[in-house]
Ligand binder design. Structure first.
Ligand code: A2P
Length: 305
């Protein structure tokens, strides 16, 4: 890692706590792969890891954190760890219990950022109050939300005391959430992009591949640099160490204003199918409450008893 690496750069959140600008995402990653990619990422300079109970890999992530910190000669404070409340755990008391369980699986005493994974209607206000409690008690350094649209964010801001520090949304060149970002900017909420590469789909857009040729970079690096120039925090997922490393090598080139604008123009204003079809925030849908933890057959190997 060079001194100018983006991995050492941080953004100050609205409570004064700082968050790395780029981290590793581990959605759809088994415990074995998570343990390996988290450890490798830390050894290659990553200082932020993003998981969730829903991903079913907190035990593997916990093992990877322990291994990575040891091998890199780092301390817990050197790392920024995010996890999220599962839909099925939403509500005040159940969120507090879920948090304790996540800490145990992650082998941690605190997390840096705890997010409401989805805004389950009728529940997310109580869930937020639990996050406020954890924050006031010092068990989390920052609290935030994920997948909140304008309507639900407005309700949260109206009814609760603490403004979220972060909203983690699906964000990539094809889906830029321009209206939501305006509201978040007014409220002082940092955007963090999940699926910044569009699950891989944004990589083959002709505008992106042309810019990749122009700057002699990979398509992923072009997109991640564009996020960076917009001050958006990103968590690209990869289980391949060479991609994990390459995805962080975006400090030594700059996209021109014109090229940033060309990527801005790719916006189709469409969330992925997951959102349109998604009724998890509707409490009449049983999925809103069961939450669907991703099942991996290697979980038992990493579980903290
Ligand atoms: P893999 O894990 O096999 O590397 P997103 O973070 O937008 O959801 O994108 C993740 C997807 O993009 C994963 O399928 C990941 O695959 C792939 N990916 C991550 N980094 C790169 C890269 N540098 N080049 C190509 N594909 C990538």
């Amino acid at each position: 890692m060079t001194k100018s690496s983006v991995l050492t750069q941080r953004i100050t959140l609205n409570n004064g706590y700082t968050m790395p600008r780029l981290g590793l995402g581990v959605w759809k990653t088994s415990n074995t792969d998570a343990a390996n990619s988290v450890s490798q990422a830390i050894q290659h300079g990553y200082r932020m890891i993003d998981t969730a109970k829903q991903y079913g890999n907190e035990p593997g992530v916990g093992a990877g954190i322990q291994d990575g910190l040891l091998k890199a000669g780092l301390n817990r404070q050197d790392l920024f760890v995010t996890t999220k409340v599962l839909n099925g755990d939403q509500g005040y008391d159940s969120t507090l219990r879920a948090f304790e369980a996540s800490l145990k699986q992650l082998r941690l005493h605190y997390v840096d950022l705890y997010l409401i994974h989805w805004p389950v209607d009728g529940k997310f206000i109580d869930t937020w109050r639990a996050l406020e409690e954890l924050y006031r008690n010092g068990q989390v350094r920052a609290i935030g939300i994920s997948n909140f649209d304008q309507e639900r964010l407005t309700e949260l801001l109206d009814k609760t005391a603490i403004t979220p520090m972060v909203n983690q949304m699906e964000f990539n060149p094809l889906n830029q959430e321009k209206d939501l970002r305006r509201l978040m900017q007014l409220a002082g909420i940092q955007l963090e992009a999940w699926s910044p590469l569009g699950g891989g789909a944004a990589l083959s857009q002709p505008t992106i591949t042309k810019l990749a040729a122009k700057y002699q970079r990979s398509a992923a690096q072009i997109i991640l640099r564009w996020d960076y120039q917009h001050n958006i925090i990103t968590i690209p997922k990869s289980t391949h160490v060479e991609r994990i490393v390459a995805n962080s090598q975006i400090a030594d080139f700059t996209l021109s204003d014109e090229d940033v604008a060309a990527i801005d123009a790719l916006d189709q204003g469409k969330r992925g199918l997951w959102y349109d079809d998604f009724t998890w925030h509707n409490p009449t849908n049983p999925k809103a409450f069961t939450g669907d933890v991703q099942a991996w057959d290697d979980t038992a190997k990493f579980l903290q008893k």
